[in-house]
Ligand binder design. Structure first.
Ligand SMILES: Nc1nc2c(ncn2[C@@H]2O[C@H](COP(=O)(O)OP(=O)(O)O)[C@@H](O)[C@H]2O)c(=O)[nH]1
Ligand SMILES: [Mg+2]
Length: 186
């Protein structure tokens, strides 16, 4: 059995837990706890450790999903997740420009550690105040005409079809990549 590990990263409230829940075929192991810090002002629960889910991709292939911790700090858990990931999606809420800087920090944090396929998923595109994807990309530090920049998809994490479409884009990138070594589990 081969295992592919997908990390779902992003800012608080971007839709990481929802993404994992929507895609997973097993009951998601989530570690949401009532937040005790400033994030509790933002929403009643925030992910203190990680969300874990799983999806069967084929007779010999499992996809393991890991939603990253919600808080701004990067700790050992982040390192562990990202060092073992085969690819990741960065979720950014399109209607929260104040969070773009943090999203940018997440990209830097990850790319300083690993070079793995990634796509950007713009969520909350259906919400008032959502910015256009071009504007968001520029805010994330990309040249929109750069052929090497990551693919960008609009995504609603509550909608399984939308999440599957994003997954297809990411898998195409992984398969197109030169040297993907998946883990073997007995
Ligand atoms: N309308 C809308 N709501 C969304 C979207 N993505 C996430 N949400 C909602 O935003 C809230 C926060 O999502 P959650 O998965 O907990 O975010 P996390 O902090 O990244 O894990 C939930 O109520 C989601 O249903 C989206 O694209 N559109
Ligand atoms: Mg969460």
């Amino acid at each position: 059995m081969k295992t592919m590990r997908l990390v779902v990263a992003g800012t608080v409230g971007a839709g990481k837990s929802t993404f994992v829940r929507t895609l997973s075929e097993i009951e998601v192991v989530d570690t949401d706890r009532t937040a005790t810090d400033e994030t509790s002002l933002f929403k009643p629960e925030t992910t203190v450790a990680l969300d874990y889910g799983r999806l069967v991709l084929g007779p010999n292939m499992d996809l393991h999903l890991y939603g990253t911790p919600g808080q701004a700090r990067f700790d050992f858990m982040w390192d562990l997740l990202i060092q073992n990931a085969h690819c990741y999606i960065l979720l950014v809420a399109a209607n929260r420009p104040n969070d773009f800087n943090h999203a940018r920090e997440i990209i830097s944090f990850i790319s300083e550690r690993v070079q793995i396929p990634m796509i950007i998923g713009l969520t909350h595109m259906d919400c008032p105040g959502a910015l256009m994807s071009e504007e968001i990309l520029i805010n994330l530090g990309y040249d929109i005409h750069d052929k090497n920049r990551p693919p960008v998809v609009d995504i609603n994490p509550n909608d399984r079809t939308s999440v599957l479409e994003a997954l297809v884009v990411l898998m195409a990138l992984v398969i197109g990549g030169s040297d993907v070594r998946l883990s073997h589990t007995p």
